[in-house]
Design a protein around this ligand. Structure first.
Ligand code: ADP
Ligand code: MG
Length: 697
């Protein structure tokens, strides 16, 4: 966009400095360009007038034409309200106002025809509307009836007559002066290929649509554009990263071959092999690897990590693996130590509970290079942790770590950035992954090891508890172990803990014959670990726990996961928890316990869990329920700034925009072709805009 769009809104006709200042403050809008992008959030159908007898309660906002019969004020003080009795040729209804009574009263002239616009509700036998919009009916209005934009606004703005209508009036002026200045931002071939309407038309129609069809096309065009530029910038970032960041060449496979021939306990899945190949290609490329491995719970990410570690060590570099909790770090350590010992490699564990003396030894061994592999928690990020030559940094369950923490890992090596592998078991839909991690390469382990039986999931109500206990007993008699998990939500930690302890006691009463473990967040790390170990070794048959066991824990003999108050968990959490079972050869089960009364969303969540084991499918449902705003990472990715496009609803448009951006970058990486000048200009303008903002805020 050109200079014109940087014009301050106070210069807009009919605006004035005071109202402009208020808009600056309330809506964070300063320029013509920004105001023009204050898109309506919905549209009201003013093409149709309802008769009073046709009203029903399921209607959204509607308009009626009616006359005033009488007006009265009822009650006093804070409960005072104004009631107007109105009628048309089919019936009568009431309109009520609780605020601005005097102002409304003056305008309600008996006998005149009014248009009222509001949401009908039924009280007793009569319909009423609270705080309807009102207008004296004019000829013009009957004719100009259309789809009217609704703009978000605030109380303060409304008080200065900048309600949705007021904004719409200003917008009308703005659109007409701005129209000739609006320039196309997308190259003609893209417009053609995706059948997009010109920018100028889109901007006009989004504010003042001629009809629903053209409105849809305008929205489509603007969403496409928004996604297109986000994608383009991510792809360009990735290109620069790949160009700039040298990586140590890790291309030796001696240990890998030895492990593969002599020690590996199972055949790798095709998906594991593919992901290993993709990672190896990065590691030997001379460029820094930045790869995200997405793999559903139980897909065998750890083995992929270990094999990459073997490549690093064969090539003379050290590796680290960072996990988000001590339990998980421990478990990784135990698992990998077994393999490392077979291979004669040195491995150590570094967490918050590592003793000072042991720490010192570890620090020294890392610096001298004697320690090949270090597993740990955040403790690895401390400055004192220095390597002789860190070649590969692996981060497990990445959603617990921030981007900044990852960056800290990168800084651990002097000459080269270490190669980075991020592993996550939170499958996110492809569309979202493309956007959130557009600057990372993504590998997907989309296959579970052979012979896994799909976990059977059922939903049971609290009244079925005895039957559930019976089932648990049967499983234990067959030699299995059982998890029983309680929610822990921060706001009510004490309550949850009580819930957990009550549950624990009742389980102890129900199963006096079995030893039972309990693990929760309030326990000391050492105690947690002790209890965990008892369960891992099979000494205890039931593990009662909060979500601390959510991530990563691996006890193949555990075949039943009971989740209490399942309605209180999010979908991805339920899926993570369920993933703790189904790791051995036996048939596994997940029992979702809930109360009888459930909200609609809770029911969808539980039904989804019962219906499918597929993490990606679950992630899709989750995205639809929650919207992307809640998902991790959206804040840093620029996705949060989307004005009109919606990641959860517009996945298809995103995919197309992504393709378009990819094709364009491939054909013209520097955007130097004349036909891409528009695009380059737009990208530069966006960058400029952001710089301005970062100076202000
Ligand atoms: P996740 O991807 O959830 O981290 P893990 O790496 O913990 O999964 O692997 C889950 C279990 O599956 C482990 O017991 C692991 O040893 C086993 N496993 C991994 N890969 C295979 C395979 N290809 N064949 C059989 N079992 C495997
Ligand atoms: Mg894991």
């Amino acid at each position: 966009m050109t200079r014109f769009f940087d014009t301050k809104i106070e210069f807009l006709k009919g605006m004035g400095p005071q109202r402009a200042a208020l808009i600056n403050k309330e809506l964070n809008i300063f320029t013509y360009g920004e105001l023009l992008q204050h898109y309506p959030f919905r549209y009201e159908d003013r093409t149709h007038f309802f008769k009073i007898k046709d009203l029903h309660e399921d209607l959204e906002h509607v308009q009626i034409i009616a006359k005033i019969r009488s007006v009265e004020t009822i009650g006093d003080g804070r409960r005072k309200r104004l009631v107007a009795h109105v009628f048309d040729d089919t019936g009568e209804m009431e309109l009520t106002w609780f605020k601005g009574i005097q102002w409304v009263q003056k305008r309600l002239v008996a006998g005149a025809l009014f248009v009222f616009f509001g949401k009908p509700a039924k009280y007793g036998r009569k319909f009423s509307m609270a705080h309807p919009e009102m207008d004296v009916l004019t000829q013009a209005q009957e004719e100009r009836s259309s789809f009217q934009p609704v703009y978000s606004t605030t109380e303060k703005l409304r008080a200065r007559f900048l309600d949705s209508k007021g904004i719409s009036r200003i917008m009308e002026g703005l659109v007409s002066v701005a129209f000739p200045h609006i320039q196309e931002t997308l190259p003609a071939p893209i417009l053609q290929r995706f059948n997009l309407i010109p920018k100028r038309d889109a901007m006009k129609q989004i504010h003042f649509p001629d009809n629903p069809d053209i409105l849809n096309r305008a929205r489509y065009r603007l969403k496409f554009e928004e996604f297109f530029f986000v994608q383009l910038r991510l792809l360009m970032l990735k290109l620069t990263r790949i160009e700039k960041s040298m990586g140590q060449v890790l291309n030796q496979t001696e240990l890998l071959v030895k492990f593969y021939n002599d020690y590996i306990p199972f055949e790798l899945t095709e998906a594991q092999k593919r992901v290993i190949k993709e990672s190896f290609a990065d590691m030997k490329s001379g460029k820094q690897m930045n790869r995200l491995i997405q793999g559903d719970v139980g897909s065998g990410k750890t083995m992929v990590a270990f094999i990459c570690i073997l490549i690093a060590i064969s090539s003379g570099a050290q590796s680290c693996l960072m996990a988000p909790t001590e339990i998980l770090a421990n478990q990784h350590y135990e698992g990998l130590k077994e393999y490392a010992d077979m291979m004669g490699l040195n491995i150590a564990l570094l967490t918050g509970s590592t003793k000072k003396s042991a720490r010192k030894v570890i620090h020294e061994m890392l610096r001298s290079g004697d320690l090949h592999i270090i597993i740990g928690t955040h403790a690895l990020l401390e400055d004192i942790v220095q390597f002789k030559n860190l070649g590969l940094a692996i981060v497990d369950e990445q959603h617990r770590f921030g981007v900044a923490q990852r960056a800290k890992l990168w800084a651990k090596n002097e000459q080269y950035l270490p190669h980075v592998l991020v592993m996550t078991a939170t499958p996110i839909p492809r569309t979202l992954a493309m956007t959130l991690y557009g600057d990372l390469d993504i590998s997907v382990i989309d296959e579970l090891p052979a012979g896994r039986k799909p976990i059977q999931t059922v939903h049971r109500y609290d009244k079925d508890r005895l039957k559930v206990f019976g089932f648990i007993r049967k499983q234990i008699l067959e030699g299995r172990q059982v998890y029983i998990v309680y929610p822990l939500i921060q706001e009510s930690e004490t309550l949850d803990l009580k819930n957990l302890m009550d549950g624990y006691e009742s389980i102890c009463r129900a199963f006096p014959e079995y030893p039972i473990s309990i693990v929760h967040g309030d326990m000391k790390a050492a105690d947690k670990d002790y209890e965990m170990q008892r369960f891992v070794k099979g000494e205890t048959k039931i593990m009662v726990a909060t979500t601390v066991i959510e991530v990563g824990v691996n006890v193949p003999n555990a075949s039943v996961m009971v989740i209490e108050n399942a309605e209180r968990f999010g979908l991805s959490q339920l899926h993570q928890l369920r993933g703790r079972v189904g790791r051995g050869a036996e048939q596994s089960y997940c029992v979702l316990m809930s109360k009888y009364e459930l909200s609609k969303d809770s029911r969808v969540r539980l039904d989804t869990m019962v219906r499918t084991n597929n993490g990606f499918e679950i992630a899709d449902v989750d995205l639809n329920l929650r919207g992307p705003g809640d998902l991790m990472g959206t804040q840093q990715s620029g996705v949060a700034d989307l004005l009109i496009a919606d990641l959860s609803k517009d996945a298809q448009i995103l995919t197309m925009a992504r393709d378009a951006a990819q094709d364009l970058i491939q054909a013209d990486p520097n955007l130097s072709l004349p036909e891409n000048e528009l695009v380059l200009r737009q990208i530069k303008a966006q960058k400029q805009h952001e710089m301005n903002w970062s100076r202000i805020s």
